[in-house]
Design a protein. Structure first.
Length: 173
């Protein structure tokens, strides 16, 4: 794994940056979940915990550990969160130069939530984040389908089947 650094991200507060180059497919970091959060009142604000530091997995909210909690959204992400038998991890989607900010698309493995104006700056910025994987344009769904977590595929099998796109473990549809 590569050494990571949390620092200011242009226009987005804190972000997560790699100190060394990363190759496509390389595991960049862990994606450690500290604990389940059943209500945001359980967050320890005095310790810097915020709702933005949480992720939803299988319909449940979890507090993400430092430094990965500082992954910002992009409509053209360079990493994704992989959930498999080797443990949760952050994996590079393409080669990443040293000192680059690591970004994820918050809608991968997301079945519903809030939508907000997006200012990620990517050439393919959608303008709004959208509310879920299922609200993404078809091209994004097809691109992201191989990245979907097993728990997401299982929980949303029927909706995914209706999309008629190749899914992990089922390349034909």
């Amino acid at each position: 794994m590569t050494e990571l650094d949390v620092r200011e991200s242009t226009g987005r507060g804190l972000g997560l940056f790699t100190k060394a180059p990363v190759r496509a497919g390389e595991r960049v970091g862990k994606f450690e979940l500290l604990r389940e959060v059943r209500s945001f009142s359980e967050l320890r604000e005095d310790e810097g915990e915020e709702p933005d530091h949480c992720t939803m997995i299988d319909g449940r909210f979890f507090l993400v550990a430092v430094p990965e909690r500082y992954l910002n959204h992009s409509c053209d992400p360079n990493v994704y969160e992989r959930f498999d038998s080797s443990g949760n991890g952050i994996v590079a989607l393409r080669d990443i130069a040293a000192e680059s900010e690591l970004t994820v698309d918050y809608l991968i493995n997301n079945a519903g939530g809030d939508s907000w104006d997006c200012h990620c700056g990517a050439k393919r910025c959608r303008g709004r984040t959208g509310k879920s994987f299922f609200a993404l344009p078809r091209a994004f769904q097809e691109e992201y389908a191989p990245l979907l977590a097993p728990w997401f595929v299982k929980a949303h099998a029927e909706k995914l089947r209706h999309l008629s796109i190749a899914l992990p473990g089922n390349p034909s549809k």
